[in-house]
Every structure is written in C-alpha cells, then in structure tokens.
Design a protein around this ligand. Structure first.
Ligand code: PXP
Length: 238
C-alpha cells in the first residue's frame, strides 16, 4: 500500500512573505499539489508568522476541498487558533523563536498537564492529534500515556547523518521506534529533512502511514514545477 504524502507548503508562503505580496498563492499551491498526488496539505503556523498566516489556513479550508494538517506549538494561543481554523488534524511540535526550522521532537516526561489537556480538547473536537517525537522509546511511551493517537517520528537526525554507516544507525532507531508505535496501536507518521534521495528507506518501514515533506519538494519545484516535484515524490512512496 502506498504511503500517504502530506505536502508542506510553508515555503510557498516564505517566498510570498519576502515581498509581503499575494504571490505565490498558497491556495494555488495546494490545488497543484493535490492534483499531482498529495494526500493532504500541511501548514505550520508559527508564533512569529514568518511564513504561513492564519488567512492561508482559512483560505485553503474555504477554497480547496482537502485534508488539512496543521503543525503548531503546544501553546494556549495555538490551541485557540486550531479550534477556530478547524484543521483535520494537528501535530504538536516544539518551537523556539530563533530556530531556522523545527530542531527535533518534543521531550516528554510522564506527566504534562498542558499537553494532555490540549490533546484531549482538540481530540474531543474531532481533530486527529499527533506528537512530533525523536525515535526515543520513552518519549513514545509517554506520548501514549498523554493520549496522542499518532506519533510523527522526526527524521532530522537520519536526514542529516553523514555516511552510510551513520545513516543506517539512524534508520535502525526509526525502525525500532516504529515497532513500538505500532505495538501501542498508534498511527505512524514521519517527516523532516526527507528528500528524493533519502525518502525510500523511510517509506518502506512497515506500518508507515504518512510522510510529511516540505522543503525538498518546494526546492525542486523551483526547477521542475510544483506538479512534477510532488508527483516525483509521490512515486517514491509506493
Ligand atoms: N514534520 C514536522 C513536524 C515539521 O515541523 C516539518 C517542518 O515544518 C516537516 C515535517 C517537514 O520538514 P521538511 O520541510 O524538512 O520536509
């Protein structure tokens, strides 16, 4: 079975924000990505609004018939926005102001009242809730206890590993973490730093349901167009 592809369109908005203009349009990007085989549209609403704005999510929701997956920090501000913007699912991620991109997964202790409250609140409103985690068994067990229905395993260390041996070591960690996710009966997603060269071993992991990919697709789109970039990535997931 083909792994689902969530296309993250943050960097369409990054380009638009460079001129604070209306182009390139995220609605058009969502339509093109979906027509090329994307299974869902992913957007990360950051506290600093450096790329995606609330209006992007509102417009994609209103103007495009698609599944919307929202990445956001586990804060009260974002919780309220998720309730207002009504994505189909959310992924709770760590966020710090100066980072260029998400720096890894959430570090979870056994008890986290804020997280479990947010998970409960959003789940009760019909949204799927995933937690972005490094391939760490303890974090995965804690996420299960907190009530998440999905784990998105962070592939940053794998994607940035240098040399075959190191990459194999990181892949093994993700594989072991994936067994645990499935053993706990949670859905298994993955993403971060995946590209046309490193995606296949991750897509082949047993039980992998969805990969969320942004930067490499939008970068390739500059040269081959968004449609070709998305369909090229989708063909690597089957
Ligand atoms: N998944 C999560 C939780 C992320 O925060 C990001 C980056 O926004 C991605 C996937 C996509 O990462 P990339 O843009 O490197 O493909």
């Amino acid at each position: 079975m083909s792994v689902k592809l969530g296309v993250n369109i943050d960097h369409i908005a990054t380009l638009r924000q460079a001129r604070m203009d209306s182009n390139p349009d995220t609605v058009e990007a969502a339509r093109v990505a979906l027509s090329a085989g994307a299974d869902m549209i992913v957007m990360h609403l950051r506290k600093d609004r450096r790329h995606i704005q609330e209006s992007d999510i509102e417009r994609v929701r209103r103007e495009v018939r698609c599944y919307i997956h929202l990445e956001m920090a586990a804060t009260e501000e974002m919780e309220k926005l998720a309730i207002k913007l009504r994505p189909d699912s959310v992924c709770l991620v760590p966020e710090s102001p100066d980072e260029v991109t998400t720096q890894g997964g959430l570090k979870l202790s056994g008890k986290n009242d804020t997280l479990s409250r947010i998970i409960k609140n959003l789940s009760s409103r019909g949204m799927g809730v995933s937690l972005f985690l490094d391939p760490d068994p303890q974090d995965i067990r804690n996420a299960y206890k907190l009530g998440a229905d999905t784990i998105e395993i962070c592939t940053k260390a794998y994607a940035e590993s240098w040399g075959k041996k190191n990459q194999e070591k990181e892949l093994e960690k993700i594989q072991l973490a994936s067994y645990l996710v499935k053993e706990l009966n949670l859905s298994l997603h993955s993403g971060h730093g995946l590209d046309y060269y490193n995606v296949s071993p991750i897509a082949k992991i047993e039980g992998m349901e969805c990969l969320n990919i942004g930067f490499s697709i939008i970068s390739r789109a500059v040269f081959v167009g968004l449609k070709n970039a998305v369909s090229g990535m989708k063909s690597l997931l089957s």
